[in-house]
Design a protein around this ligand. Structure first.
Ligand code: MG
Length: 224
């Protein structure tokens, strides 16, 4: 019997960042064809499972952080990224309660970050927000597949049981191939009063730890 647990999020929304960030972030490249290349079913190797925990796959941009090429007075840190002979500065806002959230979920889940952004941008960000996440647990645009013009994260490629994988992402299209594993997270655009991580997402994840098969749980959306 399906279980109903959750509570979550608003209507699907897709970020429209500025032109430069579109080179690095998870913006739809509309020219991509609807194809499943050989990459589609190639395993994403997390290495051997060290503990009997579920695997929590977290998106980066607009889920854990918000980055902009425009300086602000309240960003948490900035990084320099080189691409195509040019250097770009990104001003990064950590989502409120990010440090506490990552600590709490890492106590009960095997944590993975899977972003559609380029590695050259995302890896330095992960190094600053969660340096303890090993390289084997970081996946980038090159690990996505293109599907109807979007970068899609097929978590069934991870070498873990699909019944024990959850993916949290502000863009539901990211987990369109694994809808039963997906949790939509409200997009974070730098709001100081955002409460999503500790007030909404963590309580839900804490409940899902106890579920034998996450694909049997109906992740009810508020918008439905
Ligand atoms: Mg995102």
């Amino acid at each position: 019997m399906n279980q109903t647990i959750v509570s979550h999020s608003p209507k699907a929304s897709f970020s429209c960042l500025d032109h430069i960030k579109s080179c690095f972030g998870c913006i739809c490249p509309c020219f991509y064809p609807n194809v499943f290349g050989s990459q589609a079913y190639k395993a994403l190797d997390l290495g051997p499972q060290k503990e009997d925990r579920k695997t929590l796959v977290l998106d980066l941009d607009e889920t854990l952080v918000h980055s902009s090429v425009f300086p602000t007075n309240f960003h948490d840190f900035q990084i320099e990224v080189s691409s195509g002979g040019q250097s770009f500065t990104f001003y990064v806002h950590k989502r409120p309660d990010l440090d506490a959230f990552l600590k709490l979920v890492s106590d009960i889940y095997e944590v993975v970050i899977f972003t559609a952004s380029l590695e050259s941008y995302a890896n330095p960000v992960i190094d600053l927000i969660a340096p303890w996440i090993p390289l084997t647990h970081r996946f980038f645009r090159k690990h996505c597949i293109s599907y109807n013009g979007f970068f899609v994260k097929d978590v069934s490629r991870l070498n873990r049981p699909i019944s024990s994988i959850l993916i949290c992402d502000n863009a539901p299209i990211s987990y369109v191939l694994n809808r039963k594993n997906g949790i939509e997270v409200k997009s974070f655009m730098g709001e100081k009063d955002d409460k999503e991580l500790l007030s909404v997402l963590y309580p839900l994840l804490k409940k899902l730890v106890e579920v034998p098969d996450v694909t049997q749980v109906y992740l009810k959306q508020k918008s439905q």
